[in-house]
Design a binder for this molecule. Sequence first.
Ligand code: ZN
Ligand code: ZN
Length: 1001
Amino acid sequence: MINFPELEEKILKFWQDKNIFKKTLEKKSVKGPFIFYEGPPTANGKPGIHHVLARAFKDLIPRYKTMQGYFVERKAGWDTHGLPVELEVEKKLKISGKPDIEKFGIEKFNSECKESVWRYQEEWEKLTERIAFWLDLEHPYITYHKDYIETLWWIFKKVHERGLLYQGHKVVPQCPRCGTALSSHEVAQGYKSITEPSVYIKFKVKSGQKIGNFTTNDNTYILSWTTTPWTLPGNVALAVGGDIEYVKVKRFISEWDSNKEAVYDEVILSKKIYNELKADPVSIKAKPFNFGFTKILNGFELPIDYSIEDLQTIEFKGSDLIGVEYEPLFPGAIPESVENYQNAFKVYEADFVTTEDGTGIVHTAVMYGEDDYQLGSQVGLPKHHTVDENGNFQATVKKWAGQFVKDKKVEQGIIEDLKNRNLLFTIEDYTHDYPFCWRCDTPLLYYAKNSWFIKMSALQKDLIKENQKINWIPEHIKEGRFGEWLAQVKDWAISRERYWGTPLPIWQCEQCEEIKVIGSYQELYEETQCPLIQKDDFDPHRPFIDEYKLKCQCGGQMSRVPEVADRWFDSGSMPFAQHHYPFENKEKIESKDYYPADFIAEAIDQTRGWFYTMLAIGVLVERGTSYKNVICLGHINDSEGRKMSKRIGNIIDPMEVINKWGADALRFHLYTVNQPGESKNFDIKNVESAVRKNFIILFNVLNFYQMYQGKSQFIEKQPKIKNVLDEWALAKLNQLTETITKNLDEYNIFSAGRSITDFIDELSTWYLRRSRDRFKGDDQKDKELAMQTLGYCLSILSKLMAPFTPFVAEELYQKLGGQLESAHLESWPKAEKYNENIIKEMDKVRKIVELALAKRDEAGVKVRQPLNQLIVTSEKLSEELVNLIKDEVNVKEVVFEKGETLAVKLDSKLTDELKEEGMYRELVRSINQLRKEENFNITNSARLFYYTDSNYIDKVIEKYKDDLLKNTISIKIKKQFRPDVKGKEITINGEKIWLGIKPWS
Ligand SMILES: [Zn+2]
Ligand SMILES: [Zn+2]
């Protein structure tokens, strides 16, 4: 078998030596540019099999378009900024968190980051080349380059000028470990289903307040619920729905206290929820409530005659609860000195309250929830942090000061504490999706922070409108995953309180808080007059940039805000930044030919990452969507459908696969295993089968062609047609060209790829099989036509396969003697007109053959045994087609009968003559088998010997002598046992014969 990896290495070298990629770019592009944007990977992690997936798809379309006559620029790019890089460096330096980094020094830290970015560059480049992803790796865009950053500044300024940049005090998902907020598309990547305790808390209402027609007393409580006990010290309000109905329930806790009086409390909750619990007192949901429904309450037995009806209830509206005061759960956690303290610990109305879960009364901690914060801003609640940015309780939360809020022990402690103070109603396990930091796996905290935002919510209409212009593959992403994301688009938290990133070009006055956004280095120079800015080695990164101070109109000093940009801002800006727009290439970027991209491709997780930020930036700079067609690839799992992870140890190293079966096999497998958007369960066995089902068969056909052709001949022009098989093969070939072209124009790589497999199979198992005799035959003219047809099919195939399997196509092209230097310099073939009818008729022929062979099988008659007649219920077929059936089914005659449905009958009676012919055919097969075993090829004529006691065999050999010699490429056959000759004894139809073979010369 061909060693494909070796073959590919040879071709790689050929491409490199001859600069083939460059030559394809230099080719005259009659159709102008086709725009492809490369989504930048981060080179600080090893490339994995999922990267091969994306790169295989990214490579195919540009190759196809280049062959079609377009010029396809393919600038490589590297995503270099951001938290992943910082985390790697922290690991390497064995430091953790912001205080450590600042102690180490930002300058040194960032220079470590810059270096670390290139850790796996070589591996990336090697893999990229090895899988034949033709990409301009010599002139990549690099997101940390100062030119790249300058474009980002220009975009920031544009955003500011449009009034879309603002500083908010907003609740953002904060990673307490990384000490930074995550953007919503980052959060979307890290959800996990977890089970954790949720608590029902009793908020003690101050006594003597009127609610509806009752007055509160020392035992009145409002029930509320939370899944995040750590937010309870930060509670400043309770929220109810004004129109929601509530109920106060009087519960007996025990029969007698020490004063021999019944002990009870009164709890307030939503009437709907209370009734649900009452209707189904044994439900799992109701059980933990212990209203007495289960006759057991907190371990106390209830009076025997106690029943649900004994629970005394009073009903009222949410509006009656508004303004009711309660005692803080953790007195002192919110100091009295905090602004607006007087508004805290009261019931407020809010429209986000529902009766879907919890108690219909919402615990509100303004600093730790988006709804909470909005309510707090509306009604003027104190905004005070009980937790610091690293997720530790502040000093005001005395019991757990300095401890991490999501620590299991701390959570337990809070629950215990409430229980001891009779403020815990109940506790239950609650399973829900909770976001974790996608990088470090720490649970995120919703946390109110100062942050910079881009007001994407104001652009929602434009985003949705632009999305309509995008052709999504698969289609459902448009209105599904992506459309839904846009339907609830949030403002983009653009700032990161980190170090290694594009510094926000925002300067803020220390006195009047006025801001100035700088849009270029020239502008910064004009503001500061610092000559360093104009030097080539000007570094806009932290900490250097932080040194530049501007003057405010008020006379105060302006300093740069400390934050850097979300790295998705970097990658989303690549259409502009990769060409340093608008400082350079202004004409290019502003031309319709460059923007938007015709094609991009990445994995499906980028819908909320790169795909989104690319669209967002395009809309922000008022250029509309930055891409027209996008292939959104499914994830790759292991063969059992499990996510690949270091922990399970099921990560596939792409180089291992490539070294075993070659890059083309891997590419072709990925194109054809299923639709690109579906997730793929990767099994190396399927890569092997891609080799066997495609390349091996293809090269066998090629070998056959070369063996009979004797010389290489690349056939450019469709040959003349005389034979029905040729007509069919050429129709099939033209149909294939048409199918691939149409599908690739629609970015349907899967269907295009599958049609190649089908064609190779039919070329081999039907055309070649049925034409074998023509190739061997004496009719030189017919042989020449068959050769031409086969050669032409292979020649066109080498071009059609070039975008899919660039190595195999090149090898095929070279072996055939293609006229250009490389298959990849060829033009894309155009389908000629073809006879569609012949395809239908041949399908029918093949169906008839299939049915007839099944009948033979049923009757137990070998195919080599000729039979007299096949009766087919069908319209008549042409004589040429009938001859194909006769040959394939091995019958003397095919008779057509009228009828509705296609059916066959086989006459399996054997006459003496048919038996003799069967014997003759068995002999031919045995002799050719012997030829093969003795390594005779088609140019080696043989001298045959045989010996048998069977008169029958003697008779058959005598009768068929001429045909037998011809069909076994032999000159003579003699009845003589020759011990000096290679041979063997066999039994045919019960008759013994010894066969011997010797080269003629
Ligand atoms: Zn983190
Ligand atoms: Zn000022």
